[in-house]
Ligand binder design. Sequence first.
Ligand SMILES: Nc1ncnc2c1ncn2[C@@H]1O[C@H](COP(=O)(O)OP(=O)(O)O)[C@@H](O)[C@H]1O
Ligand SMILES: [Mg+2]
Length: 234
Amino acid sequence: MQTILILNSKGGCGKTTLATNLASLYAAGGVKTALMDYDPQGSTMLWHSLRPDELAPIHIIDANRTRRGLTRSWQLAVPQGTKRLIIDTPAGIKGGALQDLVRKASVIIIPVSPSPIDIHATSAFITDLLLIGKARSLGIHIGVVANRVRRNSPHYEPLSAFLNTQKIPFITSFTDTENYIKVAEEGMGIYELPEHQSVLEREQWLPLIRWLACPESPPQVIPDFPKLSLVSGG
Ligand SMILES: Nc1ncnc2c1ncn2[C@@H]1O[C@H](COP(=O)(O)OP(=O)(O)O)[C@@H](O)[C@H]1O
Ligand SMILES: [Mg+2]
């Protein structure tokens, strides 16, 4: 089983969006998928509760709810045969909580939105992830995804330079589009929209899907942050 942890201590950068879209993408592709929500705000739980019955099933686990009489490991167990476990996490994760989450992961995706404050915070967070989370020594692959990118989104260069020094790949860039809002409200994912309505989003997800299939090899073409941030959408 591949466990994909979506992490960034900043709120609003797209963790839940990535987690839910990724889960629905695998499920729609016939892959047995589980989705775990560590965020007490429960946005992923809410999304799952809105999911239409006719769509591919996703096993949901609320990591915040404790049920009497059941052990923690039993509550967090995924169904036998699960191929992908996607974990959504809250903002502000640090210290021991960060270490505990990192230990569960095969792969970590860090979404980052294009504000200078978020970009700065993300560099600091990745430093924590490497030092405190010890992600490298655990053999966990880390990739960064730019999210909510608009025309003229600024200033990825500092993050891009930082990622280069840490040898962390920048995987892809998602434009800010109405489709993400729409699918979030309907318990769906981008890949469950008709193809002709989601051409841009599908194209932008491909590098991430490819990387997740083989995270030990870096993306074939290392996309360039500033150029990719010019994709239209606003
Ligand atoms: N690429 C995108 N285009 C449009 N809206 C987006 C996009 N990514 C996220 N959003 C919206 O931004 C808000 C914050 O995203 P969310 O995934 O909840 O962030 P986080 O889980 O990191 O707090 C949500 O309302 C979500 O629907
Ligand atoms: Mg969230």
